[in-house]
Structure formats: structure tokens, C-alpha cells
Design a protein around this ligand. Structure first.
Ligand SMILES: [Zn+2]
Length: 233
């Protein structure tokens, strides 16, 4: 028989695991997992790209976005911004929302508050240095958070963003699969997680995602979606 005390302990452990592992969990501070829907009924969705910039994929994705007049959100990784500052500057110059993804791409739920703060500050500094833009949104690597992660992001003026649709494009399932999963999974208000970079390999191959993006945009526009950046407030 499970006593009341241990039942409470189990419930607390469950809440802790949910807060750590679920990217939109409110347990450790609110993360935006869906876009607020406009009252006028316009179908909006947000394409978000993590782990860039990447020398092969990011320019192709930017070209596709520009060709269709589409705005997206890029959660840039500090390490990669330092390596390819001109690419980061191009993302900002073309009017996309710039987000902080930290510096190292460590799983932040395993890190102390001091180390999380350092990681987020280094990521922010790299972005500001390369783009001149102050990031107002933040996404944790893998969505993993400890109780202090969103609080630290907020202290840097950055709103924590989760996602409502991940299509596992980083596993490189083929261009067709990335397009189909994205288009079939998108609903009004969806925040779609895609990857223009690799959080661990600076030159990681994201060419499938890059090839999928123009097809995704065309399909979503055909379904009357307006693609928007994620809101900072
Ligand atoms: Zn990442």
C-alpha cells in the first residue's frame, strides 16, 4: 500500500519530470507552445528553425522565405553564430525573429543556475555581436528545463518558446516525409519545430530540411495559412 506521504512524493516527482521534459510545461514557468489565435479567424502558424546558422542550409532556407515573402523564427546557437556571424546577420537583416538557443547546446536541466545563466548570456552576446539585434525569445535545447531556466531567460528579457509540432527533420527522414509531416500536422496556431543546423555538429547536414522548406511554404499558403514569427510578448 502506498502511504499518503509517498503518494505526494510520487506526484511531486511526476510534476518535476513533466516540467523538465515537456517543452511547453507550465511547471517551471510558462513556455509558449501555441500561437494565440487572432479573432478575425486568420489561420496563422509559425515555422521555427533551431541550431543554426549552418553554412549549407540557412542560406537556402532564407532564399525560400524571401522568395515567398515569409517570416520565420530562428533560435540561433551562440557557438555557430560565432563561427558564421555573417549568416546570423543575414537572418536578422531579412526581418526574421531572432531567438536565443544558448551557447553550448547542453541539456539545461542538468546544469546549475550559474551555468545556465552563463550559457544564455554567452548566446545572447554572440547574437548581439553578430546581428546588433537583442533576442527577445529563447528556446531551451530539446525543450529541457529546470525550474530556473525560464526565470533566467526572462531576466534577460527573453520569453521561453516551446513548440506544438515536431517532425523529426533532424533524423533526416527524407524531404517528402518532412513536408508531409509538417503540412499534415499543422493546425491554426501551430509552432512548428524545424532545424537549419545541428546542435552538436557545426557542419551537420540539414539539406533535407532546406529542400523541404519551399514545398512546406507553398502547401501551407495553399491551405490559407499566414506564416508569422513567434511573439515576444
Ligand atoms: Zn537545439
Amino acid at each position: 500500500m502506498i502511504g499518503a506521504v509517498s503518494a505526494v512524493g510520487i506526484a511531486a516527482a511526476g510534476a518535476f519530470a513533466h516540467g523538465t521534459y515537456h517543452r511547453n510545461s507550465p511547471v517551471f514557468g510558462r513556455a509558449l507552445g501555441r500561437l494565440p489565435l487572432p479573432r478575425d479567424g486568420v489561420r496563422i502558424a509559425a515555422l521555427t528553425f533551431d541550431d543554426g546558422p549552418n553554412p549549407e542550409a540557412t542560406p537556402r532556407i532564407l532564399d525560400a522565405l524571401a522568395a515567398s515573402g515569409t517570416v520565420a523564427t530562428f533560435f540561433l546557437l551562440g557557438r555557430h553564430v560565432e563561427r558564421w556571424p555573417a549568416l546570423a546577420a543575414r537572418v536578422a537583416a531579412e526581418g526574421h525573429v531572432i531567438g536565443n538557443h544558448g551557447w553550448h547546446h547542453r541539456k539545461l536541466h542538468t546544469q546549475s543556475p550559474a551555468s545556465v545563466r552563463t550559457d544564455l548570456e554567452l548566446g545572447t552576446a554572440a547574437i548581439v555581436g553578430a546581428t546588433g539585434a537583442q533576442p527577445r525569445v529563447f528556446r531551451a535545447p530539446h525543450g529541457f528545463r529546470a525550474p530556473w531556466v525560464s526565470r533566467i531567460a526572462r531576466s534577460l528579457g527573453q520569453r521561453t518558446i516551446g513548440w506544438s509540432l515536431g517532425v523529426w527533420d533532424s533524423a533526416r527522414p527524407g524531404v517528402g516525409a518532412i513536408v508531409t509531416r509538417t503540412v499534415n500536422g499543422t493546425r491554426p496556431g501551430s509552432i512548428v519545430l524545424l532545424h537549419d543546423g545541428d546542435g552538436y555538429d557545426a557542419a551537420g547536414d540539414r539539406t533535407q530540411t532546406a529542400a523541404a522548406v519551399p514545398l512546406i511554404i507553398a502547401e501551407l499558403v495553399a491551405r490559407s495559412y499566414s506564416l508569422v514569427g513567434v511573439p515576444a510578448a
